[in-house]
Design a protein around this ligand. Structure first.
Ligand code: GAL
Length: 674
């Protein structure tokens, strides 16, 4: 478990590098990421290259016993390139091409941009292949940041039509599968199919067309990333290749991109993400105060789990928050201890390296207000002190594998895109819905894997498929088989409502899963916060929110009923024995008490231990037989490790601190100190 940092040598005078690199090594840093946006410094004029400054920086890093991680610099095409080839620019849905002046102003499908990318990457690898100080590469930077996955340029139009031609035998099949008889939307040829730009009913684009466009856009990034990966692997197969993804990021299928990488990395800014998410309290409310100082542990944790799932093992945090950041609407200083605690949280979830953004706060350009380990005058800030402590902690801990848990949550980008195209209410956010279950499981100390629909289901005792909206027959069959073979499957609202073309079937949901469930969904409604939404489950009454369904049992046992609204007394939650296991369906979006009751029942059915509910903002995370106790609260908590042994920290864990126990999570008891 290692520490890294992002460094931009091109931002500092040459005679400062030595001091910086020396201090990095003193802080216990082992990896230094460089060259992320430095295309223009490596090719100041077309065809004139200068890699010597970077080679010098790499050498310096190596001389101090550290390794360099280099980046393909394609997130920032230089001005001369844009002037020479204006057609490489990304175009907005209203037809506006993006101007030079920030970053990510290019289109993934531009043949010219692909050629130019290939050229600069090949030159870079020629210079650095075989260099013993270079450990690996990051491709580009945050594909899709600033909403740049989807583009509406002519290159994309051509590429979209070819992509469709590959998927459909002919245009009649496309018309048929999409249902283009609706509003006279039939096409006579693929050449007539445009990208879904602005229309009069812009919020009501054709769902099948939108979903295909979203798949196509994500695939375009996958293909563009592969261009980088192929060149890097050909040049030096000892290099690892990764990419830095973002948190709760919708438009890009991280599982697909990671297929071509050695592992995924992501950029974790807890106080930023906590303020943006719809399922966290408003930052200016009393409850939201902690979000501003520590972030939302389950939001950060679920993203760690997602990128562990995409990596099928250890992942990296490429950019860990290292102080205050230029977040909106507020950018409070993180609480003391958070830079160390966030690093441990990442490692607990399976990160092999935690790299901080950035070494020193910049004195120019767009990110002067974005914090760093060191202040802009070069003096140490709180971040570097805490990063040094975390690095020393990691040295004390044994090497651990990034192991899997017994419970999986399925994330499916097709379902997310389709649901967000037809939310049916502004409150229907896919990440938030998944997190309702993630939070409940984590509050019971369960280590949760977040995996794609391609995962090997049989390795899990229980699987939750929150709003798995788009389901084809093959996936339905695999899920039903999983339950038949003894798995515990929990389906939630809107599951299997649509087929792979984003249409209702001629039978009620959950379509191909109805037999395994022994029930069908008769009605659904989206519900404003003011409406009375109560459900009776297992002898208690619970609140729910946002979405409700009425279920018609066809053999399943009814375990929950609506108690309010037009559907009062209709079935809301059912469970069915299927082969050796069970399929259950929750037809409401549960508030936390109901989510807890549901996951406890699921764990019991799966024969997994059920621990006491943890205090809010305290989490247990198991990795390879070791459990991290992470205390995001202000107060101390005390730890009873059961049969385990505390190998880092003490029995009293101060606020914003941690302990590591050699032993399983379910034996650990936590008490908040008064
Ligand atoms: C990340 C990005 C970095 C830097 C940082 C602060 O999202 O990868 O390059 O921009 O945010 O803005």
């Amino acid at each position: 478990m290692h520490t890294g940092v992002c460094y931009f040598p091109e931002h500092w005078p040459r005679d400062r590098w030595e001091t910086d690199v020396e201090r990095m090594a003193d802080a216990g840093i082992e990896y230094v990421r460089m060259a992320e946006f430095a295309w223009n410094r490596m090719e100041p004029e077309p065809g004139t290259y200068d890699f010597e400054w970077l080679a010098e920086a790499v050498e310096l890093v190596g001389d101090h016993g550290m390794k360099a991680v280099l980046c393909t610099p394609t997130a920032t095409p230089p001005k001369w390139l844009i002037d020479e080839y204006p057609s490489v620019r990304r175009v907005e849905d209203d037809g506006t091409p993006l101007e030079f002046g920030s970053r990510r102003h290019y289109c993934y499908n531009s043949p010219i941009y692909r050629r130019e990318s290939r050229r600069i990457i090949e030159r870079m690898v020629d210079r650095f292949a075989g260099n013993e100080h270079v450990a690996g590469w990051q491709t580009d930077n945050e594909f899709g940041c600033h909403e740049t996955v989807r583009c509406y340029c002519e290159n994309c139009t051509t590429a979209f039509r070819s992509w469709l031609r590959e998927r459909y035998d002919d245009i009649d099949e496309l018309n048929d599968e999409w249902g283009n008889a609706f509003w006279s939307q039939e096409y006579n040829s693929f050449a007539e199919v445009d990208l879904p730009g602005r229309t009069p009913a812009n919020e009501q684009q054709h769902p099948s067309r939108m979903l295909e466009y979203q798949r196509f856009s994500s695939d375009s990034v996958v293909e563009y990333n592969r261009l980088h990966v192929d060149i890097l692997r050909d040049a030096d197969d000892s290099w690892f290749v990764t990419h830095n993804f973002m948190g709760d990021f919708e438009p890009l299928d991280a599982f697909d991109v990671t297929e071509d990488l050695d592992f995924a990395a992501w950029d974790s800014y807890p106080t930023l993400h906590g303020q943006e998410a719809p399922d966290t309290p408003d930052p200016d409310s009393e409850a939201g105060a902690s979000i501003q100082r520590v972030g939302d542990p389950d939001l950060t944790g679920m993203n760690h789990a997602l990128y562990r799932g995409a990596s099928d093992g250890a992942f990296w945090v490429m950019e860990n928050q290292s102080g205050d950041i230029r977040a909106y609407p507020y950018s409070a200083e993180p609480a003391d201890g958070m830079m160390r605690l966030w690093a441990h949280q990442a490692v607990a979830h399976g990160a092999d390296t935690v790299s901080y953004f950035r070494w020193r706060r910049c004195t120019f350009g767009q990110e002067q207000y974005w914090g760093a380990l060191n202040n802009y005058d070069g003096s140490p800030d709180r971040g570097v002190v805490e990063a040094t402590e975390a690095a020393a902690d990691f040295d004390e801990l044994p090497d651990l594998d990034a192991t899997s848990g017994d419970v999986a949550l399925l994330i499916d980008y097709d379902s997310m895109w389709a649901l967000h195209n037809e939310r049916h209410t502004p409150d229907f956010d896919y990440w938030a819905h998944i997190r309702a279950y993630y939070r409940a499981l984590r509050a019971r100390g369960v280590t949760v894997d977040v995996v794609s629909t391609a995962a090997d289901f049989d390795t899990y005792s229980a699987i939750v498929t929150p709003s798995l909206h788009v389901v084809d027959d093959d996936l339905a069959g695999r899920l039903a088989d999983y339950a038949a073979d003894g798995g515990e499957l929990l389906l939630t609202v809107r599951t299997a409502t649509k087929n792979e073309y984003d249409r209702f079937r001629d039978e009620l949901a959950p379509g191909p899963l109805s037999d395994a469930l022994g029930a069908r969904i008769e009605q659904h409604e989206s519900l404003a916060p003011g409406l009375d939404t109560r459900v009776r489950y297992d002898g208690d009454t619970y609140d729910y929110r946002t979405w409700g369904e009425w279920i018609q049992p066809e053999g399943a046992t009814v375990v929950g009923q609506h108690e309010s609204g037009v559907g009062a007394s209709e079935s809301a939650i059912v469970r069915n024995e299927h082969g050796e296991g069970h399929v259950a369906y929750v037809g409401v979006w549960p508030e936390s008490a109901l989510a807890d009751a549901l996951v406890v029942a699921l764990l019991e059915r799966a024969g997994l231990p059920v621990s006491e509910q943890l205090p809010e903002n305290v989490r247990l995370t198991e990795r390879d037989g070791h459990t991290w106790v992470t205390n995001f609260r202000e107060e101390d908590v005390s730890v009873d490790p059961g049969s385990g042994t505390i190998i880092l920290g003490e029995e009293t864990v101060p606020g914003r601190d941690l302990a590591v126990v050699e032993g399983p999570a379910h034996e650990i008891a936590i008490r908040v100190e008064q």
